[in-house]
Design a protein around this ligand. Structure first.
Ligand code: MN
Length: 262
């Protein structure tokens, strides 16, 4: 028996390693991104009961579910974007599972995001984080903490006005830096998508999708509970459903945090 696995199990059982659920509940009230015309929107989550301990199935309960692939806490696979369309291992069924797990680095942007709904996390801010916590390890997940997940009402979460949605995110140059100079696995955010709200206006539009997915890396959106993670040192697991040619999927995202590492 492996001592490492044995110790992992022991530490989890004893509570010295805590599992933090970074996933939001998925239901018909889960906010869904709305794009300006002529772009197509995804349906919100819906459920139709197939049987519920009744004549349709006396001893069981199950439902049929419908939603877009990018609903609620979810994973973006490279094939989601045109820049990642032709990459190897680019869809939910073909991606390499060893790339779904890694160290989490959490960059705190709560103050900035509370002052400015359109706050962009810059390369300078990342370098400043590295001054404090050390260089971002290769193949890490980089999570931007904004407390945006506390916005429980859909209108508040999507935060759209006549100028479109307003929500914070990684600056385009920062994202490029993380991918090409820090070789990260992907970025994670608390907002509806991995680009900031106003990114439809940027050139190119939705630049973080283009950069991250075009490099064969991944995105995590609508995360929560980032407050429970240390700046560095949590172990993150994000496994999308193995949908054939899937561009993404609702995902249960878990972080393993060792006692004393906060
Ligand atoms: Mn997405």
């Amino acid at each position: 028996m492996s001592e490492v696995i044995n110790e992992l199990v022991r530490e989890i059982r004893s509570g010295r390693i805590k599992l933090i659920d970074l996933t939001k509940p998925l239901s018909p009230v889960t906010p869904v991104i709305s794009l300006p015309p002529p772009f197509a929107d995804a349906p919100p989550f819906s459920r139709k009961v197939i049987a519920q301990y009744d004549e349709r199935g006396p001893d069981w309960y199950w439902s049929e579910i419908r939603m877009g692939e990018h609903t609620g806490t979810h994973f973006d696979a490279p094939i989601h974007w045109i820049t990642g369309r032709d990459l190897p291992h680019n869809s939910c069924d073909t991606l390499l599972v060893q790339n779904l797990v890694g160290m989490a680095c959490v960059i705190d942007a709560v103050t900035e995001s509370s002052r400015d709904d359109d706050y962009l996390l810059t390369r300078e801010r990342i370098l400043q984080w590295e001054q404090e916590h050390g260089k971002i390890p290769q193949r890490s997940w980089i999570l931007m903490r904004t407390e945006w997940s506390r916005r429980t009402e859909a209108a508040d979460f999507l935060n759209a006005d006549d100028d479109g949605p307003h929500s914070p995110g990684f600056d385009q140059e920062a994202c490029h830096f993380l991918i090409y100079e820090r070789d990260i696995l992907g970025i994670g955010v608390e907002t509806v998508g991995i680009d900031p709200g106003q990114a439809f206006r940027f050139k190119p539009p939705f630049p973080n999708h283009a950069t991250v997915l075009g490099a064969g890396r991944f995105g995590l959106a609508s995360l929560c509970n980032l407050t429970a993670l240390p700046a560095i040192g949590a172990f993150l697991v994000a496994c999308p459903l193995k949908i054939v040619k899937g561009s993404g999927s609702p995902t249960r995202v878990l972080a393993f945090v060792h006692h004393g590492s906060i």
